[in-house]
Ligand binder design. Structure first.
Ligand code: RM4
Ligand code: MN
Ligand code: MN
Length: 393
């Protein structure tokens, strides 16, 4: 693909940022307060809008309920609009309630399942009110010990609960089903992997698709192959991008393994120009889900956005014809070198052109850092103290 063609595709790449990454966060050991970090949902939305202003490609912010709860939801949608962005995925919170000790949608007690379901139904309603067409579900459900609960029983409850949820979706709304192989449960997790998530989505119907959080796999997993399979089956709904070294580390996107990010974006780029997968690929939501424990919030978010664009630009430059020819001839090294050629290309000039077209700085992280934004926010908001769940216990 030529540089000009790549620009066309880059224009279509929109990244959604998560409200929860703009406030203070930490490990269960300690939360280090960051001067100027957002203290409430309005500040979180304002920060997401600033990321959009500086990058030109982040027009939506995902919210978590109840973390972002307000009394008048439609007003929150209007508030976001007033800041030049929209509210994206609505994430029900099925892990932050004492009632969920043994699970939420899979809990053995029907009344707890109903409580969890009511919350999900409320989130569908909230999505409608804020003008969003996506409900994104992650369950912390699972068990810690063999014998704690019946595994088939839990799967049956999962399907039963999700069917009720699915039936309540308005026609234009999608349900994204996120999996994670462990944590907080350490023996069994009810949605542990892409296969289970895909199977559940198949059972539910076309409005349910899988969400791949890049940090939710056992070490060594070939994430791009999962992406390829889900694209082939029309089941890839979106990403939660972040990076990991060990487990669900929620580090900045592409910070540990930029080559993996490139390989994932390569699957997206090739699926977008293949008739069989173009529609699914066009519908994929590129969301970030990360947590800034020791770094600033906004510039770290911008860095992640830039890393996604960089990986995508490189992926777009893969010479698809040369690659197909090498694969056909069985030229193993030749095929691999086609990928390396693209990966090693310096795409900063191309992205610089793209950003000047958008009217944003060629280096949006530097623009944030030298623009006095952080200092202004620190002055206006001060330093909010936040305690981790571990410390407060
Ligand atoms: C989970 C998962 C979800 C996120 C929560 C806070 O590990 O990644 O997407 O909403 O963390
Ligand atoms: Mn996630
Ligand atoms: Mn996670």
């Amino acid at each position: 693909m030529t540089g000009d063609q790549a620009l066309q595709h880059l224009r279509q790449l929109e990244v959604e940022t998560p409200s929860w990454a703009f406030g203070n966060s930490g490990t269960r050991f300690h939360v280090y307060p960051w001067p100027g970090a957002a203290r409430d949902v309005h500040e979180r939305i304002a920060d997401a809008a600033l990321v959009h202003q500086l990058t030109g490609c982040c027009p939506r912010v995902a919210i978590h309920v109840p973390w972002d709860r307000v009394d008048a939801w439609h007003e929150l949608g209007a508030y976001a609009q007033g800041h030049g962005i929209a509210i994206g995925a609505v994430n029900p919170n099925l892990f932050g309630d004492d009632a969920y000790r043994l699970g939420s949608l899979c809990h053995p007690d029907r009344s707890v399942r109903e409580r969890a379901l009511d919350h999900c139904l409320e989130c569908i309603d909230i999505a409608g009110q804020v003008g969003s067409s996506t409900v994104s579900l992650w369950l912390a459900d699972g068990t810690n010990y063999p014998g704690q609960d019946d595994l088939r029983g839990r799967f049956a409850r999962l399907l039963e609960s999700l069917s009720v949820l699915y039936a309540a979706l308005p026609q234009e709304m999608r349900l994204l089903v996120e999996y994670k192989f462990f944590e907080p449960a350490f023996y069994s997790t009810d949605l542990p992997d892409w296969g289970t998530a895909a199977l559940v989505c198949r059972r539910l119907g076309p409005q349910a698709q899988v969400l791949v959080d890049t940090g939710h796999h056992p070490p060594g997993t070939n994430v791009e192959q999962i992406v390829a399979l889900l694209l082939s089956e029309g089941l890839l709904g979106g990403f939660h991008f972040n990076n990991r070294k060990y487990a669900d580390d929620d580090l900045m996107v592409g910070s540990i393994d930029p080559f993996e990010l490139f390989r994932i974006m390569r699957e997206i780029a090739s699926a977008r120009v293949d008739h069989a997968t173009a529609e699914t690929a066009a519908g994929v939501a590129f969301m970030i889900d990360q947590s800034h424990n020791v770094e600033g919030k906004i510039d770290a978010m911008i860095q992640s956005v830039v890393n996604i664009q960089t990986a995508y630009a490189k992926a777009l430059l893969v010479d698809a014809e040369r690659l197909a020819a090498a694969q056909q001839e069985g030229d193993v090294l030749g095929g691999h070198r086609v990928l390396l050629d693209a990966f090693e290309t310096d795409v900063r000039p191309l992205l610089g052109r793209f950003r000047s077209e958008l009217g944003v700085d060629a280096d949006p992280v530097a623009a944030f850092r030298s623009g006095g934004f952080g200092e202004r926010l620190a002055r206006e908001r001060g330093t909010a103290q936040t305690t981790s769940a571990y410390e407060s216990s």
